[in-house]
Design a protein. Structure first.
Lengths: 326, 330
C-alpha cells in the first residue's frame, strides 16, 4: 500500500523534473531566480486551497465552493478592516478571514451530514449562494487600497537579492505559511485519530460507522478545515495581488481539484497524501507559468492546459488501473 | 382512480413536489407582477429563452444517469456554433440565393451535430476506455474545446450570419417559438429513448450498479460512449440555437449554463450518483428556473441576487426532498 503511494509520488516527481528540464532547455530564463521565486509564490494560494480539497477528497467528498468561500472571506474581512481603519497586526485579518471560512465550511458539513446530501451538489449550491450574496448585498467594487498590514505582508520576503540591473527580487514569506499548513495537514492525516477517521470514512463509510468512528464529527472537521484553509488562501491571495476583487478566483476550483487528483488522491475517497498534492500543485503551476516562456501564444494557453490535463489524468487513471484498484 | 393517482404521486414524489413548487412560483410571480408576468408577451419571450438551457440540461441528465457529469457541454456548444458560423462567414459566397443559403444551413446543422458527436466521443473514450473520472475528463476537455474556440476566433465574436439562419433561434410556428418546438421534440424523444429502449434501460442499470451491469452482460463501455456522444450532439444543437438567437458565435458565451444545467438536472430529480432521472423532470425544473428568473428580472433583482436565490433554491429543494423521502420510508 505504502509502496504504491511512494511510487506514485516518485513518478510525479519525475514528470515534474522532466517538464522543468524541457522548459528550461527551450528557454534558459526558466532557471533564473526571478522566475523560480515567482513560481514558488504563485504556488502558495493554490497549494493552501489544495490542502483543504485534499482533506475533503480523502474523506470521500468534494468541495467546489471553496473559491466562493475564499472570496467571501477576504472581501468581507478587507471591507470591515477598511471601515474600522485597521492598522494592527497581520494576525487579525488572517484570523477573521479564517473564521468566516470555517463558518461557511461548517455550513457545508451541516447540510451534507444532516440531510445526507451529495457534496458536489451541496457545495455547488452554497458556492452559488455565497457568491450571489456577496455581490448582491456586500459589494461589487474592487478594493485596491488594502489596509497597511496586508500590504506589508505582501512585501514580506525571507530572502532578497539585488540583481545586476538593480532590481530587487525576493522569495515570498507566504511560502512559509504554505509549508507550515502542509506540515499541519500531513500531521493530522498521518498521526492523529481524526486523520485515520478521514481515511476510514473515505474508504468505506458504512465500515467507518461500524468501526465506531465519529462520522458526523469527521464531516464537520474536514469541511470546516477546508473552509478555514480557503479563508487563509483567500486573504493571502488578496494580499499578494493587493486587490480585493469580488469577482476573483473564478474557475480555480477545477484547477485545484485537478492538482489534488494528479497528486494521487482518488475521487472515490480513502486515498491521497500531502506530498502528492504538493507535487500536483507544482505541476499545474509549472505548466501554467511556463507556457509563455516556451513561446506558446496566449491564444493557445487554454488548449495546452486542456491537453496536458487530459493527458495527465488519463495517465494517472491508466496507472492506477494497471496497479489494481482505483 | 383516486388510488391510482395517489400511487403515481407517491412514486414520482420528488417530481410531483417540484411541480407544486413550480406552480407556486408561477402563482407568486403572477401575484407580485400583475399585468406584466401573466402576459402573452412575457410567455413568448420566455419560450425563446429557456429551450437552450433545457437542451443542455437534457445532455447533463444523460451523463448523470450513469453516475457521470459533463462539464464540457457549453464548450462543445460554443465550438460547434463557431465552426458553423465560420462556414457561413468564410465559405458561403456573399449574395447567395435563398436556396443556397438554406442548403448551407442544413450543412451547418449537420456539421454542428458531427462536431458535438466527435467531442462527445472523446469524452466517452476518456471516461469508459481510460477510466478517467468523468468530472476530470470533462474538465480537461472543457478547457480543450474552449481553447480551440479561442484559437479559432482569437476570443472575438463571429458575426455576419445570414438572416435566414436566425429563424432557428428567433422564428416561430404559430404561437410556439422554434426553439421551444425543438426542445419539446427532443424531450419526447428522450422520454421514449430512456424508458422504452434497451439502451435507455442499460443507462439506468449502469448508473445504479456498474458492476452488476457488467455481470449481466451489458456492454458498459459502448453504452457510456454512446451516451456521451448523444450528449455532445445535444450540446451542438444548443450551440446552434444560441448562435442563431444572438446572431453571433463566441468562445465564452453562456459559461454560467454549466452550473445552471446541473441545477436543472438535480432540481428535476436526477440523482447525481446515477440510476434515476426522467425527462419530464427536466421540463418542470427548467420552467421553475425560468419563472424565477423572469420574475426576478421584472422585479429588478440584480443578476447576483438571482445567483444567490438559485443556490438557496437548490439547497432548499434538496432538503425538502430529504424530509419527504424520510417520511415515506417510515
Amino acid at each position: 500500500m505504502n509502496k504504491i503511494f511512494k511510487r506514485n509520488e516518485l513518478w510525479l516527481f519525475c514528470i515534474l523534473a522532466l517538464l522543468a528540464f524541457l522548459v528550461g532547455g527551450s528557454n534558459s530564463s526558466f532557471w533564473s531566480r526571478t522566475n523560480l521565486f515567482s513560481l514558488f509564490k504563485s504556488s502558495v494560494v493554490m497549494g493552501v486551497f489544495a490542502l483543504g480539497v485534499l482533506l475533503v477528497i480523502v474523506s470521500g467528498g468534494i468541495d467546489i465552493s471553496f473559491p466562493a468561500v475564499a472570496v467571501f472571506s477576504f472581501y468581507i474581512t478587507v471591507k470591515y478592516l477598511l471601515y474600522i481603519k485597521f492598522t494592527g497586526s497581520i494576525v487579525m485579518p488572517f484570523v477573521m478571514s479564517m473564521t468566516i471560512g470555517i463558518i461557511l465550511g461548517l455550513l457545508n458539513a451541516f447540510l451534507i451530514s444532516t440531510f445526507k446530501l451529495i457534496p458536489l451538489i451541496v457545495t455547488l449550491g452554497t458556492g452559488s449562494a455565497v457568491t450571489g450574496f456577496l455581490r448582491a448585498f456586500v459589494g461589487t467594487t474592487t478594493l485596491s487600497n488594502l489596509p497597511q498590514p496586508l500590504i506589508d505582508f505582501s512585501r514580506w520576503n525571507i530572502y532578497t537579492e539585488t540583481l545586476a540591473d538593480g532590481s530587487v527580487i525576493g522569495f515570498s514569506g507566504s511560502f512559509l505559511i504554505f509549508v507550515a499548513l502542509a506540515l499541519l495537514v500531513a500531521f493530522i492525516l498521518r498521526v492523529t485519530t481524526m486523520g485515520r477517521g478521514v481515511y476510514a470514512l473515505g474508504g468505506d463509510q458504512i465500515a467507518a460507522v461500524r468501526a465506531g468512528f465519529p462520522v458526523r464529527k469527521i464531516y464537520y472537521f474536514t469541511y470546516g478545515m477546508a473552509g478555514a484553509l480557503a479563508g487563509i488562501a483567500g486573504i493571502i491571495h488578496c494580499s499578494l495581488i493587493r486587490l480585493a476583487n469580488p469577482r476573483d478566483l473564478e474557475g480555480i476550483e477545477l484547477e485545484v481539484i485537478a492538482a489534488v487528483v494528479l497528486g494521487g488522491a482518488s475521487l472515490t475517497g480513502g486515498k491521497g497524501t500531502v506530498l502528492g498534492t504538493i507535487l500536483g500543485v507544482f505541476l499545474i503551476v509549472l505548466i501554467k507559468g511556463s507556457l509563455i516562456l516556451v513561446g506558446i501564444p496566449t491564444d493557445w494557453q487554454k488548449v495546452t492546459i486542456g491537453v496536458v490535463l487530459i493527458t495527465a489524468t488519463a495517465l494517472t487513471a491508466y496507472r492506477s488501473a494497471t496497479h489494481g484498484g482505483r | 382512480m383516486a388510488q391510482g393517482l395517489g400511487k403515481i404521486i407517491k412514486s414520482e414524489n420528488n417530481i410531483f413536489q417540484l411541480a407544486v413548487i413550480t406552480i407556486c412560483t408561477f402563482a407568486l410571480m403572477c401575484w407580485l407582477l400583475p399585468g406584466t408576468f401573466l402576459t402573452m408577451r412575457n410567455f413568448r419571450s420566455m419560450s425563446f429563452q429557456f429551450p437552450e438551457l433545457g437542451i443542455l440540461s437534457l445532455a447533463m441528465m444523460l451523463a448523470m444517469l450513469t453516475g457521470g457529469i459533463d462539464l464540457s457541454l457549453v464548450g462543445i456548444a460554443n465550438l460547434a456554433s463557431i465552426l458553423g458560423a465560420f462556414v457561413f462567414v468564410k465559405l458561403m459566397p456573399a449574395n447567395s440565393s435563398h436556396e443556397v443559403v438554406v442548403a448551407y444551413i442544413v450543412g451547418v446543422v449537420a456539421l454542428a451535430l458531427f462536431v458535438g458527436m466527435s467531442c462527445g466521443l472523446l469524452n466517452g473514450f476518456l471516461i469508459s476506455k481510460l477510466n478517467v473520472p468523468p468530472i476530470l475528463a470533462t474538465l480537461g476537455t472543457m478547457q480543450f474545446y474552449t481553447g480551440i474556440a479561442i484559437v479559432l476566433t482569437k476570443g472575438a465574436a463571429v458575426i455576419g450570419l445570414p438572416t435566414q439562419y436566425s429563424v432557428i433561434g428567433n422564428g416561430s410556428l404559430g404561437v410556439f417559438s422554434i426553439p421551444l418546438i425543438i426542445f419539446i421534440v427532443l424531450l419526447i424523444f428522450f422520454a421514449i429513448l430512456l424508458r422504452k429502449t434497451n439502451f435507455g434501460i442499460n443507462l439506468y442499470l449502469i448508473g445504479s450498479n456498474a458492476k452488476a451491469a457488467i455481470f449481466s452482460g451489458i456492454k458498459v463501455n459502448k453504452n457510456l460512449m454512446i451516451s456521451y456522444m448523444i450528449g455532445g450532439c445535444l450540446a451542438g444543437l444548443a450551440g446552434l440555437i444560441m448562435s442563431s438567437r444572438t446572431n453571433a458565435a463566441k468562445a465564452d458565451y453562456g459559461t454560467s449554463y454549466i452550473l445552471q444545467s446541473i441545477l436543472v438536472a438535480v432540481l428535476g430529480g436526477v440523482k447525481p450518483t446515477g440510476g434515476s432521472g426522467k425527462a419530464i423532470g427536466i421540463l418542470i425544473a427548467v420552467l421553475a428556473l425560468q419563472f424565477l428568473s423572469s420574475g426576478f428580472s421584472m422585479l429588478r433583482f440584480s443578476n447576483f441576487a438571482k445567483e444567490f436565490v438559485w443556490g438557496v433554491f437548490l439547497l432548499a429543494i434538496m432538503i425538502v426532498n430529504y424530509f419527504t423521502n424520510e417520511r415515506n420510508k417510515t
